[in-house]
Design a protein around this ligand. Structure first.
Ligand code: 13P
Ligand code: SF4
Length: 311
C-alpha cells in the first residue's frame, strides 16, 4: 500500500495536471454532489441534476467535462449541442435510467392517450424524446402541478412518483415500476436504529428512498435541497438519507455540524467510477464524447427546456 504522503502528493500532481489541461482545452468541469471528494474539490461547479443542467446552458467554455453519469452528460449535450461534452468514464451509467425503454413507454402511452408524460431526468435521451416534459427531484412537484392534463404517466422512478402523488393529489399519477438500486437499499429499520443512536439528529432524505423511509424524514428533497436545508437549520446533527458523496459538501459548508450515514451501503458505484486519473485522461485525450443524434435531441430538448421554464 502507498504511504499517505505519497497519495497526497499524487493527488496534488493530478489536480494540477487537470487544472492545466482544463485551461488548455477551454473546459468547464461540472460535478454532481455524489462525486468523490477530490473531484468535487477541483470542479468549477457542483450541484444537483437541475443546477448542473441549467449551468451548462450558460457556460462560456467550448468543452464541458461531466463528472457524473451518462444521462447527465447526454442532457448537457442536448441543451448545448454546439459544445463538446465529455464523460470521463464511458461505463458510468444509471441503472434506474435503464429500467424503461422507448417501446414500453409507447405502449403505456397507447393505454393512456389522454395523459401527459413526465420523465425524471434519470432516463435516456430517447425516453426523454418520448416525453412531454422532464423533471428532477428538485422540481418534480412543480412540474406535475404545472400541467393542464389531469392524468400523468410518471417515469421511471416509482418512489419519486409516489412522493409527487402525495403532494399533488388533484392529479392522477400512473407510476412506472423503476427505482434507484442505491436508495432502495436503505430500510426503515436502519433509519430507526440510527435515530436511536443519535436522538437529537434530524433525518434528511432523497425522494428516491422507499415510502416507509420517507415517512421518517424531517426533510425530503434533492441533493441541493438537502444542502440548503442543513445550512439553514438550527440543528447540529443530521442522518443523511442519500449517497455518501454529499457529505463532502455538507461538511465543507457546515464545519460545526455532524453527519451520520444510516447504512454503509449508500454508495453509487457508477458515480464513484470517475477518479482524478480518469478525469485527467479525459481532458488529455478528449474522451468520451457524448453526442445525441439530432433527431432524438430535438424532441428531448423540448422536454428539458419546458422543465427549465417551470424552474
Ligand atoms: P439530484 O438531482 O437530487 O442531485 O439526484 C440525482 C440522482 O441521481 C439521485 O440519485
Ligand atoms: Fe442512478 Fe441511483 Fe446512482 Fe442516482 S444514485 S445515479 S439514481 S443509480
Amino acid at each position: 500500500m502507498q504511504k499517505p504522503e505519497f497519495d497526497a502528493k499524487y493527488k496534488e500532481h493530478l489536480q494540477r495536471k487537470i487544472l492545466d489541461l482544463k485551461k488548455k482545452r477551454d473546459a468547464l468541469i461540472v460535478a454532481h454532489n455524489y462525486q468523490r471528494d477530490e473531484i468535487q474539490e477541483i470542479a468549477d461547479i457542483t450541484g444537483d441534476s437541475f443546477a448542473l443542467a441549467r449551468a451548462v446552458t450558460t457556460a462560456k467554455e467550448k468543452v464541458i467535462v461531466f463528472c457524473g453519469v451518462k444521462f447527465m452528460a447526454e442532457s448537457a449535450h442536448i441543451l448545448s449541442p454546439d459544445k463538446t461534452v465529455l464523460l470521463p468514464v464511458e461505463e458510468a451509467g444509471c441503472p434506474l435510467a435503464d429500467m424503461i425503454t422507448v417501446e414500453k413507454l409507447r405502449r403505456k402511452k397507447e393505454e393512456y392517450p389522454e395523459a401527459a408524460v413526465v420523465c425524471y431526468v434519470n432516463s435516456t435521451a430517447a425516453v426523454k424524446a418520448e416525453s412531454d416534459i422532464c423533471c428532477t427531484s428538485s422540481n418534480a412537484v412543480r412540474v406535475v402541478r404545472s400541467l393542464k392534463e389531469e392524468k400523468v404517466i410518471f417515469v421511471p422512478d416509482k418512489n419519486l412518483g409516489r412522493y409527487v402523488r402525495e403532494h399533488v393529489p388533484e392529479k392522477e399519477l400512473i407510476l412506472w415500476d423503476g427505482y434507484c438500486v442505491v436508495h432502495m437499499r436503505l430500510t426503515r429499520e436502519e433509519v430507526i436504529k440510527t435515530k436511536a443512536l443519535y436522538p437529537t439528529a434530524e433525518f434528511i432524505a432523497h425522494p428516491e428512498c422507499r415510502k416507509e423511509v420517507l415517512e421518517l424524514a424531517d426533510y425530503t428533497g434533492s441533493t441541493a435541497g438537502m444542502i440548503r436545508y442543513v445550512k439553514e437549520s438550527p440543528h447540529k446533527e443530521f442522518i443523511v438519507g442519500t449517497e455518501k458523496g454529499i457529505i463532502y459538501r455538507l461538511k465543507r459548508d457546515n464545519p460545526d455540524k455532524e453527519f451520520y450515514v444510516p447504512t454503509e451501503q449508500f454508495i453509487c458505484a457508477n458515480m464513484k467510477l470517475t477518479t482524478l486519473g480518469w478525469l485527467a485522461r479525459s481532458l488529455e485525450k478528449m474522451v468520451y464524447r457524448i453526442e445525441v443524434p439530432e433527431h432524438v435531441a430535438a424532441k428531448a430538448r423540448k422536454a428539458l427546456e419546458r422543465m427549465l421554464e417551470v424552474g
